[in-house]
Write a protein that binds this ligand. Structure first.
Ligand code: HPA
Length: 256
């Protein structure tokens, strides 16, 4: 059995599907991180939940404590992470409401600490990032989605932008030429840091809007929240059912 951690993004703040919830506090080299420990009904073993943006969605994407969050989950014994993400779509085959299990990223972030290996005591390490998202775990979550009758797009290129502003129409045109399918502000460096510590990481993205220039109207965070609320039940249903499947023992290329 592997301990699974969930990182809840925009609109996924409350792990109502877990029981016996209790707060655990982890002191990390990057500050104190508070996670929720709980159990899945009918299952033994613990699961952890972390709210990416902190209590009350207080942290914008460029100020999220990515290193602290991943360090804390690792310190708690988590081996596999499912993260959720609200994203804009660059691809007409992935309209709002689509769930996407992304398989690659393009990184356009600018100002975030993006490694645990910063020289000095930590040393220098260059981590392989050929396949950032765990294929075996994605396949398992896809199988669960099929069982639940939930459509999921298997694979997609996640474009990570710095935010907190939305993109210009020309940026989106450029990202499309580069092969981007969806765009969000938090997926990197989260996945990178997880891979640096040898954790399996998958991202379940929910498309909340067509991206700038493709959307018929200007983008707002309220629209993202509304669409997330409208479709969030499916994300949560898949998380709940998928958690126990990701806790089973199976091998994958992520862990040394
Ligand atoms: N751009 C960046 N991040 C997002 C978007 C978007 O259009 N929608 C939801 N998160």
């Amino acid at each position: 059995m592997a301990i699974v951690g969930v990182i809840g993004g925009t609109g996924v703040y409350d792990p109502a599907w877990l029981s016996n919830l209790q707060e655990v506090e982890v002191a990390t080299p990057y500050g104190r991180v508070v996670a929720l420990q709980g159990e899945l009904s009918g299952q033994t073993g613990r699961v952890y939940f972390l709210n990416r943006h902190g209590a009350g969605h207080a942290l914008p994407p460029h100020r999220v404590n990515y290193r602290g969050n991943i360090w804390a989950l690792h310190a708690l014994g988590v081996k596999r992470i499912i993260a959720t993400a609200a994203v804009g779509s660059l691809n007409t085959a992935m309209p709002p409401g689509s769930m996407v299990l992304v398989d690659q990223f393009l990184d356009f972030t600018k100002s975030r600490p993006a490694t645990f290996f910063d020289g000095g005591d930590e040393g220098v390490r260059h981590t392989d990032m050929t396949d950032p998202y765990c294929d075996a775990s994605r396949a398992r979550l896809l199988a669960v989605a099929h069982e639940l009758g939930l459509p999921v797009v298997m694979g997609g290129v996640y474009v990570a932008t710095e935010g907190p502003r939305f993109e210009s129409a020309q940026e989106i045109r450029a990202y499309r030429i580069l092969g981007g399918d969806v765009v969000g502000m938090t997926g990197v460096p989260e996945v990178v840091l997880a891979r640096e510590l040898g954790l399996c990481y998958i991202s379940l993205a929910l498309v909340t809007n067509f991206a700038a220039g493709l959307s018929p109207h200007p983008l707002t965070h309220e629209e993202v929240l509304e669409v997330m609320a409208e479709h969030g039940q499916r994300v949560k249903a898949l998380l709940q059912a998928g958690l126990s499947r990701l806790g089973e023992s199976y091998s994958c290329a992520c862990q040394p």
